[in-house]
Design a protein around this ligand. Structure first.
Ligand code: BES
Ligand code: ZN
Length: 458
């Protein structure tokens, strides 16, 4: 079974592949918002039907949250587990979108053609690169060069609450020789990448209550504690002047990077001025003395993702609010323990909360960082296959984002993950006007066809 005619078929079928992706993008599968539950279900149904149309045995599998999609197709080579997620982030602020986020449109830009819409890059477009590669193999040769299990999740963007129980219950069915995850990016538009390090994640929500009701700030201001003032003081104390995080014990388990990794990253010639310039900034804001790639790929962070309290409407209201809240997340690396950090953060917040105020916490996601073992021969095979497709050689890179499933495949299925994706830094994932380059979609699909061939040694 040769890959050349598969690549040709991918080229000639590109318009139909784009139409299929548009269909999936029209389904608003926002997993975090219960109002879109039926849409998440519909996206899972769409994927099941699409896999079945290719001859894959596929079904929607219920969970207490949104369903999983699992499909199997036999083949001679190694058993590959392919993972992608069909859920998407909310679209707010809707006013900043130039078009309906769920009415995807092709658009010509100075950097090439893009498909714009929520989920185009994260992760529906990426998920479909793999599906389209399999479709082309099957159409051309009638079978695949490897045995494949498709595994699509619908809760990735909302902390994957059903993932661990599902993996535990279905471990025998999902266990494979290697997992392929398509949810990361290229290094740049010439250099494809295999991501070998992912950061972990800890999310906590803090609510401080002061007075029992909103008050007139003229009548009570000065005498009554304002919970926004208490919360701001706590948030301001989370970093020191050097950009280090002050939660006690936070840096336990953070490794020093080996010199050779640092040199390898140095050699990538990452232009942090351009990276920040693209988003209207110029100065690195992380720990003093670290490079941008170190900050994003190998150092832990603390970010406030949302903050609320008091009057936020038009005009002005002299209110002394009863409550203030913040959503805070930490990106973790190395052996940092999310549960220990959650406990330490909460202790620090309680110690700093004024006596008269009450603090409540709501736990969200917690996952450890993961590092892939690139000595598995599949990594070198995939690296060569990617380098054949793209202008420059593929690189092993880190990733600032978190994809908890990679760690769970390792710990629960004893299956190593290889992370290959085709997103770009300017895809605006999780933001208004998200897009996926047609080049990413097309060359991504071609890349998977080559990787399937390489992994099966065909
Ligand atoms: N696809 C992203 C992960 C990602 C981000 C890869 C940036 C490459 C660059 C994924 O869907 C995602 O956003 N994950 C969340 C996980 C969190 C909710 C546990 C993240 O990283 O914030
Ligand atoms: Zn994603």
């Amino acid at each position: 079974m040769s890959v050349a005619p598969v690549l040709q078929r991918i080229d000639s079928n590109l318009p139909e592949s784009i139409e299929r992706l548009k269909e999936l993008l029209r389904i608003p599968s926002i997993s975090t918002d219960p109002a879109f539950k039926a849409d998440c279900d519909r996206a899972a149904d769409w994927l099941v039907a699409d896999l079945q149309s290719m001859g894959v045995t596929a079904e929607k599998r219920p969970t207490p949250g949104h369903p999983m999609v699992v499909g199997h197709i036999d083949g001679p080579g190694p058993h590959l587990l392919f993972y992608g997620h069909y859920d998407v982030q909310p679209v707010d602020p809707l006013g900043l979108w130039d078009n309906d986020p769920f009415d995807p449109q092709l658009e010509d830009t100075p950097k090439g053609q893009v498909l714009r819409g929520r989920g185009s890059a994260d992760d529906k477009g990426q998920l479909m690169t793999f599906v389209e590669a399999c479709r082309a193999w099957l159409a051309e040769h009638g079978s695949l060069p490897c045995k494949i299990t498709f595994f699509f999740e619908g809760e990735e963007e909302s902390g994957s609450p059903s993932l661990v129980p599902f993996l535990k219950e279905n471990a025998d069915e999902l266990k494979s020789d290697i997992a392929l995850i398509c949810d990361t990016g290229l290094f740049d538009s010439r250099v494809p990448a295999i991501t070998t390090m992912l950061r972990g994640m800890l999310q906590d929500e803090i609510t401080i209550t002061g007075p029992s009701r909103d008050l007139h700030s003229g009548m009570y201001g000065g005498a009554a504690m304002n919970p926004i003032r208490a919360l701001s003081r706590i948030i301001a104390a989370l970093h020191d002047d050097q950009g280090r995080i002050t939660v006690p014990g936070f840096y336990d388990g953070v490794p020093d990077l080996p010199d050779e990794v640092l040199q390898q990253w140095e050699a990538l010639g990452f232009d942090h001025k351009a990276f920040l310039g693209d988003v209207g900034l110029s100065e690195l804001a992380g720990e003093a003395g670290r490079s941008a790639l170190e900050m994003i790929w190998s150092r832990p962070t603390c970010e406030v993702n949302g903050i609320g309290g008091g009057y936020q409407g038009e005009g002005f209201k002299t209110v002394l609010p009863s409550k203030a809240s913040a959503k805070i997340s930490f990106r973790l690396v190395g052996q940092q323990d999310p549960h220990a950090i959650r406990a330490s953060l909460r202790q620090m917040v309680m110690d700093m909360t004024p006596k008269d105020c009450k603090v409540e916490f709501k736990a969200h996601g917690a996952s450890q960082a993961s590092v892939m073992s690139i000595d598995n021969p599949a990594f070198e095979k995939a690296r060569v296959a990617l380098s054949d497709e793209w202008p420059d050689e593929a690189a092993f890179i880190g990733c600032g984002g978190s994809i908890p499933v990679a760690g769970y495949f390792q710990s629960l299925l004893n299956t190593e993950s290889m992370l290959i994706g085709f997103g770009k830094d300017d895809d605006q994932i999780h933001s208004p006007n998200e897009k996926y380059d047609i080049e990413s979609f097309h060359k991504g699909t071609r890349s998977w066809a080559r990787i399937l061939a390489a992994l099966s040694d065909k």
